[in-house]
Design a protein around this ligand. Structure first.
Ligand SMILES: *[C@@H]1O[C@H](CO)[C@@H](O)[C@H](O)[C@H]1NC(C)=O
Ligand SMILES: *[C@@H]1O[C@H](CO)[C@@H](O)[C@H](O)[C@H]1NC(C)=O
Length: 258
């Protein structure tokens, strides 16, 4: 009797040490119950804007990202531009609303997973460094850069593989492709022509009037950046929390084990 008692106690202890458990105030869902999953994801986002480190969830109210090269033309001809961003931070992910998910089934590797969402205003701040030549004007400037992606909508398409650790199933992303849309991209570069404020204002106005064309040209770069930002936000959670622990136990399986 005592042995059984000890054994049960040990098993319970091991169970509670294995893998991370989602907070109690976040309801777990059944596999494939998309409405419930959307609801739970939104609760996590609303309640934990500063993240949950133990679960690999990073703060989402301030998101640091890597430096990036936007334009990198060779320095020849009458028009070339090199444009680098650094010290970049995103604000506004905490106001994300997840609108739809797909593929969160018992065996998510068998199909594409999707997460759809919306952010009222995604702010991207950083410093830029630019060198270039626009016809007769030489550019060499550095300053603050601000982007505001208004009514930003995204669809993340995920391909995952399954990893087994401690007899548990964990997901690992092997491909993440974002599709994004917005109502407007507001963009501002301070000090672009350091000697000439009027020209700086003028070029910013041109940019903001023609933001769609700029977006189209920069979309591949922007998508690469967004992919790495989203991947960074999700990857550690999937590493720390086993996929099965995110869901209610499968009914059929429980019955078979009983
Ligand atoms: C997020 O939403 C709150 C509340 O509506 C708002 O005060 C805040 O400015 C928003 N954050 C961003 C970066 O837009
Ligand atoms: C650009 O400006 C920086 C600092 O103002 C200066 O050190 C650098 O030599 C300049 N580069 C060119 C190519 O003019």
């Amino acid at each position: 009797m005592r042995d059984i008692f000890t054994l049960v106690l040990c098993l319970q202890l091991i169970k509670s040490l294995q893998g991370q458990i989602l907070p109690k105030d976040i309801p777990k869902c059944r596999f494939g119950d998309s409405d419930c999953i959307v609801d739970s994801m939104n609760k996590v986002i609303r309640r934990y804007p500063r993240g949950i480190p133990a679960l690999g969830m990073k703060p989402i109210d301030v998101v640091d990202i890597r430096n990036s090269k936007f334009w990198d033309n060779p320095k020849v001809g009458a028009f070339w531009l090199q444009f680098n961003l650094f010290d970049q931070v995103y604000y506004g992910f905490e106001n994300t609303t997840i609108t739809k998910v797909k593929g969160f089934t018992k065996n998510p590797t068998s199909s594409l997973m999707e997460i759809h969402g919306r952010i009222p205003s995604l702010i991207h701040k950083g410093r830029y460094m630019s060198q270039g030549r626009v016809w007769i004007v030489e550019l060499n400037s550095t300053g603050e850069q601000l982007s505001d992606f208004q009514n930003f909508r995204f669809v993340l398409k995920l391909k995952v593989i399954m990893e087994y650790r401690n007899n548990k199933r964990y997901l690992k992303i092997y491909e993440l492709n974002p599709i994004v849309n917005m109502d407007r991209w507001v963009f501002w570069l301070d000090n672009f022509f350091s000697e000439n404020t009027d020209l700086t204002i003028a070029i910013n106005q041109v940019f903001n009037i023609h933001w769609v064309e700029f977006w189209n040209e920069l979309e591949p770069t922007n998508l690469r950046i967004f992919a790495s930002v989203f991947r960074d936000l999700i990857e550690d959670i999937l590493y720390k929390v086993s996929y099965d622990d995110m869901f209610l136990p499968d009914e059929k399986e429980t019955r078979e084990n009983d």
